[in-house]
Design a binder for this molecule. Structure first.
Ligand code: TYD
Ligand code: ZN
Length: 413
């Protein structure tokens, strides 16, 4: 599908232009044991822009069962602020439903049930769909109703047969993971009741461009959505973008609401955001060439900072073995010589090594027991939660290194 210059757009089949090639990369969540270093999976990570539909997307994506297999180690419920976010998201969904009738909510990519567990009310049936048995089991343990599968038109038909049509379909951080959005929208269209909506949120392209948060680019994120590209995609399915709502989670996300064409009033917020994207250059290739230059500078600055600190004998630990950190460590050439280990609270990642860069992942208690001189904030999207929790680290003389929106020591910001 890829060439050095471009590839076929997954949305509209026009020619997309590559603006950045990262080279061979591992899976962002492919945490592994030392025994598996040899023969570790890699693929060519590159990202391009389609001038016809404005969709930013990967040139190549690994097979979906390679990424979202039975041992997928990403559990959504690892942050208190995310749990609060999903409780609020669920409340807004429930508020939209009529209280008098029985309702069906379907969640795509329900992971460990972080949102689904809040989608309960007498008269409401909530069904989650997730392909990864590891996380789905965690949701089932809470008594939630989970279909272990990728979502497509056939699964939609099966759900419709068993439960009836959906009053609302929701998805958080799942649409941008799916290489064939047409299959999803065919399924969604099939499953929605007349007048019902599909509400989903994903990292927002505008935030990636403005914050130079290039670590959102990795195997799972096959798309970086903007209102313009989502409106174009929806139109191909006789659907339309009827609302948008910016969210602060995941370093800046957008919640999109789609309905069948003409079935819902379109909010003024949609037109405003489309205009903002036009004016802000989100539909121009030059914007992405400029982004590439900013990304290269970010890489050079981070390497220089870490190298300089290590030359002075300082200890540096990565905070959060995030999926995003896989892009940063591999693209910037951050090895265990520079970053001693990654501290992470997820048991499934602890004791393993980070994909590609092979930095050990250790339990959080090691960080607290012996603070390093510097902590590199890979979980920067949780900065508020983490900085509040880690006042002792700062008091003991520890310093934070960040790289979004630019490489800096936190006190310098
Ligand atoms: P997340 O923010 O979802 O990032 P990504 O989508 O890039 O994987 O992942 C957060 C990771 O950071 C997860 O592995 C848990 C870890 N973490 C900590 O170790 N400590 C913390 O205080 C927080 C908030 C997260
Ligand atoms: Zn296109």
């Amino acid at each position: 599908m890829t060439s050095s210059q471009g590839f076929v757009c997954r949305v509209c089949s026009a020619r997309a232009s590559t603006f950045l090639s990262f080279g061979p990369m591992p899976l962002a969540n492919g945490f592994l044991s030392a025994a598996d270093f040899h023969g570790e999976f890699r693929f060519e990570l590159s990202v391009g822009f389609c001038p016809a539909c404005c969709m930013v997307q990967l040139g190549e994506q690994p097979r979906r069962d390679q990424m979202f297999g039975p041992n997928y180690p990403y559990y959504s419920s690892t942050s208190s602020s995310m749990s609060e976010h999903f409780a609020r998201f669920a409340a807004t969904i429930l508020d939209e439903l009529p209280t008098s009738e029985r309702s069906l909510i379907v969640e795509l990519g329900s992971n460990d049930g972080i949102m689904l567990r809040h989608l309960t009310r007498p008269g409401v049936t909530a069904v989650g769909i997730d392909p990864s048995t590891s996380v789905a089991q965690r949701a089932r343990d809470q008594g939630l109703n989970i279909v272990v599968s990728f979502f497509d038109a056939d699964v939609a038909a099966r759900i419709a047969e068993e439960y009836g049509s959906a009053d609302v379909i929701v998805g958080a951080n799942v649409m941008c993971h799916i290489a064939d959005p047409h299959e999803v929208l065919r399924g969604v269209r099939r499953l929605l009741k007349p007048g019902a909506v599909f509400v989903f949120e994903d990292p927002y392209l505008g935030d990636v461009v403005h914050r130079v948060s290039y670590d959102q680019i990795y195997d799972e994120h096959v798309f970086l959505f903007a209102a313009t590209s989502i409106a174009n995609l929806a139109r191909l399915h006789d659907m339309e973008l009827v609302d948008v709502a910016p969210q602060s989670v995941h370093g800046g996300s957008m919640r999109f609401t789609l309905a069948r064409l003409g079935e819902r009033q379109v909010s003024d917020r949609v037109g405003l955001l489309l205009q903002q994207e036009r004016v802000g250059g989100l539909c121009n290739f030059e914007t992405f060439e400029e982004l590439r230059r900013s990304i290269e500078k970010s890489r050079d600055d981070l390497r220089a900072l870490l190298g300089g600190l290590r030359a002075k004998g300082k200890r540096i630990v990565g905070y959060g073995a995030t999926s995003k950190s896989t892009t940063v460590t591999n693209y910037c050439g951050i090895t265990p010589d520079l970053v001693e280990y990654l501290s992470d609270t997820t048991p499934a990642k602890q004791g393993k090594f980070s994909p590609g860069a092979h930095i050990p992942v250790r339990p959080y208690r090691e960080f607290v027991t012996r603070y390093p001189d510097y902590a590199l904030l890979f979980a920067w999207n949780h900065a508020t939660e983490i900085l509040t929790k880690e006042t002792e680290f700062r008091k003991s003389g520890g310093r934070w290194i960040v790289y979004v929106p630019s490489v800096a020591l936190l006190a310098d910001l």
